[in-house]
Design a protein around this ligand. Structure first.
Ligand code: SAH
Length: 362
């Protein structure tokens, strides 16, 4: 795919219209192109058969339909599916489809890797390789839709895959506008949740925008001392500042913020922590999502025993807070929270190890 051609998947409807007008066409042609790409999921310009052959040739000389290539698909026993995508420059990302009681949630990535290095997250071990373009964020959803089984429909989108969405705000914002456009996939913003590790300026930007998506904040600690250690972003925006931004986040009636809390054995899971959390969240319309830690040999922590997770939940309940325990989905295919990373990491490390062995033997 040539670099100088515009990726139609990353264009807002108004931009598709402008592109067609530049080519001497009426604006409605641009809307048709947008519909072809986003609603009918055309995989190339040639499939847009409501455009004349000549117009398709002209369009194809300036634009293309960029779709991430699926290089691996895995399915867990609980029907969670994970897809590994290869992007045009060879970088790889993962997305997950999670069926649950009549819902089908697509969990999509916003960056290749992530710079935030949360201690409990595998993606963090990769470091940031690059931001995704809007077309690559939207492209994941289109590609997942292509692979649905008969009768399935993606009902919810969560930006909880690889990366910190608020560190890629312009492209994420653009992707969300495309995905919620009535002529495209038409996801209601109420069915979209953006999850952040606590990037305060990003939360403020999101608050000031009219995107209207749900906000989830990964809190996972109740003191700065602990949060500094497990989520380095806290050193820049400590708990008080983060919660101040959360308090200022405009919520439509009947909407609530979500606070995610990864339960780490003897790190953040005591009754004291639960009580402190109650104090911290006082006055914020919210629910709490307790996430059992998905342990792997590459990460230092252990998960909290189930009874401690439940005791923690009980304290929150008794204080009048809504707290749910997120059931781990797709763990055996490493599709669960915090387990998304592409093999690049492993290969790099294996290569390191191999080369060390080589030199040791010399
Ligand atoms: N950067 C964003 C979105 C990606 S992480 C954020 O931090 O919110 C999505 C969720 O997975 C976050 O709530 C995060 O705390 C959680 N998570 C990360 N690693 C995990 C692990 N190993 N086990 C369980 N949850 C994890």
């Amino acid at each position: 795919m040539s670099k100088d051609r515009t990726d139609l998947v990353g264009l807002l409807r108004a931009e598709a219209e402008a592109l067609m007008e530049e080519m001497g066409q009426p604006a409605y042609r641009g809307r048709q192109v947008f519909q072809w790409v986003q609603a009918r999921r055309a995989v190339d310009v040639d499939a847009m058969t409501s455009l004349s052959r000549n117009l398709r040739a002209l369009l194809a000389s300036r634009a293309m339909v960029g779709r991430p290539e699926v290089v691996r698909a895995q399915r867990a026993l609980d029907a969670t599916r994970k897809y590994l995508f290869k992007l045009v420059d060879g970088e790889e990302i993962e997305s997950v489809l999670i069926p649950d009681e009549g819902r089908l949630t697509a969990c999509i990535s916003t960056q290749v890797g992530c710079p935030l290095a949360c201690r409990f997250c595998l993606t963090g071990l990769m470091g940031l390789r690059r931001n995704l373009a809007a077309g690559e964020v939207v492209g994941q959803v289109l590609a997942l839709q292509d692979r649905l089984e008969a009768g399935e429909r993606i009902s919810n989108l969560v930006l909880m895959g690889m990366g910190e969405p608020l560190l890629n705000f312009p492209q994420v914002e653009r992707a969300l506008r495309i995905l919620s456009d009535e002529y495209g996939a038409h996801f209601s913003p109420r069915r979209i949740t953006l999850s952040t590790a606590g990037h305060v300026p990003g939360i403020q930007k999101l608050a000031a925008s009219d995107l209207g998506v749900n906000l989830a904040v990964s809190l996972s600690a109740t003191t700065d001392a602990v949060r500094d250690r497990i989520m380095p972003i806290n050193r820049r925006w400590p708990i008080a500042e983060l919660l101040k931004a959360c308090r200022a986040y405009p919520l439509p009636t009947r909407r609530r913020l979500t606070f995610e809390y990864v339960m780490l054995d003897e790190v953040n899971d005591s009754g004291e922590n639960a009580k402190r959390l109650v104090g911290l969240l006082r006055g914020i319309r919210c629910k709490i999502n307790l996430i059992p830690f998905n342990a792997t040999p590459d990460l230092p922590d252990r998960g909290s025993p189930r009874e401690r997770v439940e005791a923690f939940q009980r304290i929150l309940h008794d204080a009048g807070l809504t707290a749910t325990i997120r059931e781990s989905r797709g763990r055996e295919i490493s599709a669960a929270c915090g387990m998304l990373k592409t093999e690049l990491l492993k290969t790099d490390r294996d290569r390191d190890r191999d080369s060390k062995t080589d030199s040791d033997m010399r």
